[in-house]
Design a protein around this ligand. Sequence first.
Ligand code: SF4
Length: 239
Amino acid sequence: MRSPHQIDHSLKHNQPFLTSMTKKERYTRLIEYFQKAMPDANTELRFNNPFELLVAVMLSAQCTDKRVNMVTPALFKAFPNAKKMSEATKEEVLEYVKSVSYPNSKAEHLVKMAQMLVEEFQGEVPDNLDDLVKLPGVGRKTANVMLSVVFNQATMAVDTHVFRLSHRIGLVSEKCTTPLAVEKELVKNFPEELIFRAHHWLILHGRYVCKSQRPLCGECGIIDFCKEGLQRQKNVKKK
Ligand code: SF4
C-alpha cells in the first residue's frame, strides 16, 4: 500500500490540456486525480486515542508532523491521559516538548487543556466544536481536525497548506481571504463523504509538491487543471 503522501506520477498529464474550466469541472478533475493518486490520504501524526491526537495537533502548530512524532512517544508515556497531564507542571511537560516550536506556550496550553478536560469533560475529549474551542490552545483549525479524524464529521480544517492550495488551484474565490471563508467554500463544493480525504489531499500535496516558496509545478500531477499552474505554463510559453 502506498503511504498517504506518495504520489503516483503515472497519473500525470493523462488528460488533454485545458485552458479554462468551470470551478465544478476543476473539483471533479481534482477528485478523480487524488482518488487514484492518494486514496488513503490521512494524518501523518501518530496517536492511539483522541487525547493523544489532540496533544499532537496542538504541538504541530507551526511545526512539522515529523518533529512532533519524534517527541510524542516519550510524552505520551509520561502523561498517558488527561488526568496525568493535568497534574503535571508546565516545566515537567516542557522537558518533553523542548524541540518543537513555541515550546513554552505549548507546554502551558497542554497542561491547562488537560486540566479543563478533567474539570469539565470527565477527562474525555469533547466531540463538538463549541466545547473543543473552549479548551486552552485549541482554535477552530485544531477542533476541525479532531472532529474530522476522530469523530468522523465532515469538517474542513484550513491550515496554511489548505489555504494556499485552495487559492492556487482555483478551488475558492479570491474573495475568500480568511481561513473561515475558505473552509465554507471547500465544504460547499466537496461531496460530504470526501471532505475528510480532501483535507489530507490538500495538506499532503502542499507539504510535498505545491510548497509555499517553490511549488514543484513541473512534477505536479494536477498542473493541467490548476489555475496557477496553467498561468505559469502560459508565462513560460510567452518567454
Ligand atoms: S501546478 Fe504548481 S501551483 Fe498548481 S498545485 Fe501543482 S505545484 Fe501547486
